[in-house]
Design a protein around this ligand. Sequence first.
Ligand code: SF4
Ligand code: SF4
Length: 340
Amino acid sequence: MKQIALNRLDELFAAISARQTLLIPQQLENGDAEFRPWSAEAKLYTGLKTSRSAKDAFFPQVENLVGFKVSEQGIELMDTRDEVQPFTLFGVRGCDARSFDILDRVFLAEPVDTFYADRRAAATVVTLACNRPETTCFCQSFGIDPSRPAGDVTCWMDAENLYWQPNTDKGRALTEALSLLEEGEEARAKRVEEDIQAVLKRLPLKDLSLDHVGAGKTKALFDRPEWAELSEACLGCGACTFVCPTCQCYDIEEFKSGGSVRRFRCWDSCMYSDFTLMSAGQPRPTQTERFRQRFMHKLVYYPDNQDGLFSCVGCGRCLVKCPIHMNIVKVINALKEGTA
Ligand code: SF4
Ligand code: SF4
């Protein structure tokens, strides 16, 4: 274990940044927090979670996949892909770290998404234990330990120091390159971990039951009458999907610009009425069907296909962002009780 005094964090960030691009959570002018490249003026966001998740580092909201030049001679492919350089993603919380595993099973399965794969391979993920889990957090229900998050490096913070524990070859390589890290006091990091564990025991959603959802529950849940009432007020705004670290739906669009065409990948949302719209029509024509799809995917279909792993990490972002105060916890509870 290593450590560094909190008043030397900027030195640590400068040292990482001298080696490779460093992304840290930062507060934006509009009050939101996001992972952004570190600069000498940047300040580490000390709140718990970024507004959008850390998945942006691997699966950006918009990316130019390829271009085409069209002429009388034919169509010429334009390689618009930026070469991915090694980078460090610092300050990832345990929920977002688990979301990478969930996304990996989609984007790294055959056929491998090489855009995503290149970024995953280039990244060193440094996670940060959650000193102050919030009342909307329920990552524990999914077996995530926010007091000791997984990552290439795991960090803990107390009032004086950042404690730094490398876990993987990538994490050890980064650690060896940072000579300013001092020998760490493991007992102090352990105390932070224990303090977090004590907070976790008091969280209101700590006992969220998942026994009635999961792999094999399609038959039991698909036709439940609660879906209609739960989805009644849903605006189909997609806010829940855009802040979600595990949502992975996208659309491919092409745009003409001068003599060329550019093909973009953009996040999409299963909550939108034109999502999966085909020439034959919309397979989920009502908001109730679209709403059901979102939650069945996270709570039943994904676990069906991925050895029981849920596609929710309990980050609580959808609990905060939904304009009608609907969220996955309400869905889980309503399906359990049988009444919405
Ligand atoms: S469904 Fe909600 S709580 Fe679950 S991972 Fe997505 S945003 Fe977080
Ligand atoms: S954020 Fe709320 S209102 Fe908007 S699509 Fe999601 S559940 Fe519906």
